[in-house]
Design a protein around this ligand. Structure first.
Ligand code: PSU
Ligand code: MN
Length: 301
């Protein structure tokens, strides 16, 4: 399969410079317009300031793209939920129909790996949903992390998920879960979850060495680096958990299922918190972009 990369990305890959993939579902389904576009463009700018090359990923007219133009990013943001959210299972239909598709974490990893991009920065990953013991709703992101050779830098996973079960699946799939300067799994809006990561990394170079060890040994699959939200933007745990509980209750009452769950919950949480959660969400992505690019720089040194 052909993946379209732009000139800047192709050149950086050939020269073993740090290229950082970014997902498009966070733009179309994760945030409202126009903050989604502003955030996506600012994240690209932060990556450049730190000496990396950003590559926003998605599917455009049936073409897999690793490195969108600002105009394409704007289009993803404007069309929002009008663009289908594309996880691994959806890729063939979108390619065959020559349509647009917003890449989830799973799909972004697939396209990044095909282009030869090792690093991918985002906000939060999908995981095991609460109640998965009856619904079987487990994000394809976890399967992808188990199989595909991409390092994902995120702020942990939202408490809309069952975090202990998410960690169990990651263990089963053989995914190292590293904490950047923390031994506790960050829970997206908050720095803490009372769950331990596999290993605390103290520095960018330590993280880079672990990724290199996995690649040199030929162990296929991803590496997950969890980076806590900066203290000044972190939310009160009890308050945000109450919001999450009520959002999940409304989702169940409305009978929302499957791929609609995560976008519904993200929008509901932003609505209930009056945009406060959105501000935290934006700031943690900025922070991940900075940390992810620094780790990538160490990796390519
Ligand atoms: N979690 C977030 N923000 C997001 C998502 C998850 O905090 O925007 C998006 C990502 O694209 C992720 C997807 O890959 O939702 C997971 O959806 P699902 O649970 O349907 O696999
Ligand atoms: Mn799901």
């Amino acid at each position: 399969m052909k993946v379209r990369t732009n000139e800047e990305v192709s050149k950086a890959l050939a020269e073993h410079k740090p290229v950082i993939a970014l997902e498009s579902t966070i733009i179309s389904h994760g945030m409202p317009y126009p903050q989604n576009v502003e955030t996506a463009l600012k994240v690209e700018a932060i990556i450049r300031e730190h000496g990396g090359v950003p590559a926003t990923v998605g599917i455009i007219d049936g073409e897999a793209v690793v490195g969108m133009t600002p105009e394409e990013i704007e289009e993803f943001g404007k069309r929002g939920l009008g663009i289908p959210k594309v996880s691994r299972r959806d890729i063939p239909v979108i390619l065959a129909n020559k349509s647009w598709g917003a890449s989830t974490v799973a799909t972004t990893m697939i396209l990044a790996a095909k282009a030869g991009v090792e690093f991918f920065v985002t906000g939060g990953i999908g995981g095991v949903h609460r109640g998965a013991e009856t619904t079987f709703d487990i994000s394809a992101d976890l399967e992808e992390l188990g199989n595909t050779n991409v390092t994902v830098i995120c702020a942990g996973a939202k408490a809309i998920l069952d975090l202990p079960k998410t960690l169990e699946i990651l263990e089963t799939k053989g995914v190292p879960v590293l904490g950047f300067q923390t031994d506790e799994l960050p829970a997206f809006y908050t720095r803490k979850s009372e769950l331990k990561v596999d290993h605390k990394v103290e520095s960018y170079s330590e993280a880079a060495e672990i990724i290199r060890a996995k690649r040199e040994f030929g162990l296929d699959g991803g590496v997950l680096i969890t980076n806590p939200i900066p203290e000044e933007y972190s939310m009160d745990a009890d308050a945000i958990n109450a919001v999450i509980d009520s959002a999940i209750k409304e989702m169940d009452e409305k009978g929302i299922k499957g791929k609609e769950c995560t976008p519904f919950l993200l929008a509901k949480i932003a609505e209930i918190t009056g945009g406060k959660s959105l501000e935290s969400n934006i700031q943690l992505v900025f922070n991940n972009a900075a940390v992810g690019t620094e780790i990538a720089k160490e990796y390519y040194k």
